[in-house]
Design a protein around this ligand. Structure first.
Ligand SMILES: *Cc1c(COP(=O)(O)O)cnc(C)c1O
Length: 378
């Protein structure tokens, strides 16, 4: 069976990147590898929209999320966490593990974030040190208003703006320096079109100031040490050498397409996915949907997990199910990374076959027709 990976991570890897990673391994204390790191450093700055260094870690994305707390805060500090899905909950859980008090902005899953609520929470909690949020809450497919929140936080010299951009970086604009994002986190297995295993974090000058006094315990994720090494095209510990070689290639691919074109492509694919689903009578879960991933309600009387499983087992399309409170109620199709028009058409066609198999009544072909029409729009 031919398989299509349309999950919100891991995502499909371009053949050029796969081949790069299959090359004989370089030694990481060798000038040949330093050349790789030097190029990756420059292109990561382009991707993150920053003049500052973007740190690279051998870990999944959560490693950089953890570091964004331990390298910036001290036990007993307070941090605002936007909590509206699995990944927002993770910010709060990391805070708890390090004795940081999480002040949660709790939103019903799928809802928008009113930036005014962030300002209100800041005012009600004097002394908070950071606002921690997602660019896309991958579990619900919601895109949060990062720029509007950053516009508020930048007026507070003692508060950091921290964004988990793991399904945002390389999906839609998040220019760190221009928007005054202090920490922007990404991971390899999403829009960067690589296997899992690398985390990245862009860090502003303001954040480096916080790092000087932060007292949370840390060892592996010591950002100051990583920065000192990176400036010499090195890493503190043995890096994930093959993944970094792959990253050089995927950043070249992104640069050749141009970030603006990447954003436009993904936006259009997500639009066609949403419209295709709606043409089948389905409803989109997120009030403000992200281009990274579309969460779609299962129709009345049909189990969302059955949709996800049938798509995968019978039609070879790996999307994602619903997590926690969405389990059985929704399923997800991603459009980030190495995705094109035919992926969307494939996904909607497979969805039609699946819904027919599960007994849903609709006019066959309507979803695909609508998706194709959207893709044909200028
Ligand atoms: C995938 C993802 C993560 C990272 O998860 P890991 O399993 O640690 O890579 C974090 N935040 C968001 C929004 C994600 O989509």
């Amino acid at each position: 069976m031919k398989r299509y990976l349309l999950a919100p991570g891991p995502t499909t890897i371009p053949p050029e990147v796969l081949l790069k990673m299959a090359e004989p391994i370089l030694h990481h204390r060798n000038p040949l590898f330093e050349e790789v790191v030097a190029e990756v450093r420059e292109n990561l700055k382009y991707l993150f929209g920053t003049k500052n260094e973007v740190l690279i870690f051998a870990s999944s994305g959560t490693g950089a999320m953890e570091g964004a707390i331990t390298n910036m805060l001290s036990p007993g500090d307070k941090a605002i966490c936007v909590r509206s899905g699995k990944f927002g909950e993770r910010w709060g859980n990391i805070c708890k593990a390090y004795g940081v008090e999480a002040i949660n902005i709790e939103l019903p899953w799928g809802d928008d974030l009113d930036p005014g609520l962030v300002e209100k929470t800041i005012k009600a909690n004097p002394g908070v040190k950071g606002v921690y949020m997602q660019a896309t809450e991958t579990s619900t497919g919601v895109m949060f208003p990062v720029k509007q929140v950053a516009d508020i936080v930048k007026n507070y010299p003692d508060i950091l703006m921290v964004v988990d951009g793991i399904t945002g970086v390389g999906v839609f604009p998040l220019p760190m320096d221009e928007w005054k994002i202090d920490i922007l986190v990404s991971g390899s297995q999403k829009a960067l079109m690589l296997p899992p295993g690398l985390a990245m974090a862009g860090v502003s000058d303001k954040a480096w100031g916080f790092n000087k006094t932060a007292k949370c315990p840390r060892f592996y994720f010591n950002w100051a040490k990583e920065l000192a090494n990176l400036e010499k095209n090195q890493t503190n510990f043995t890096p994930a050498i093959s993944l970094i070689s792959g990253l050089r290639e995927s950043l070249r691919i992104i640069k050749a397409e141009g970030l603006e074109n990447v954003y436009k492509r993904i936006e259009k694919l997500a639009y066609a996915t949403r419209e295709g689903a709606k043409a089948l009578g389905l409803k989109i879960f997120a009030k403000t949907p992200s281009p990274a991933v579309t969460a779609i309600y299962a129709p009345e009387g049909i189990d969302g997990q059955a949709i996800y499983k049938t798509l995968w087992k019978k039609y070879g399309v790996t999307g994602a199910g619903g997590q926690d409170q969405l389990k059985g109620k929704a399923f997800r199709i991603a459009t980030l990374g190495y995705a094109d028009e035919y992926d969307v058409i494939t996904a909607i066609a497979a969805l039609e076959f699946t819904l027919r198999d599960l007994g849903y009544k609709f006019e066959m072909g309507k979803g695909v027709a609508r998706a194709v029409a959207c893709l044909a729009e200028k």
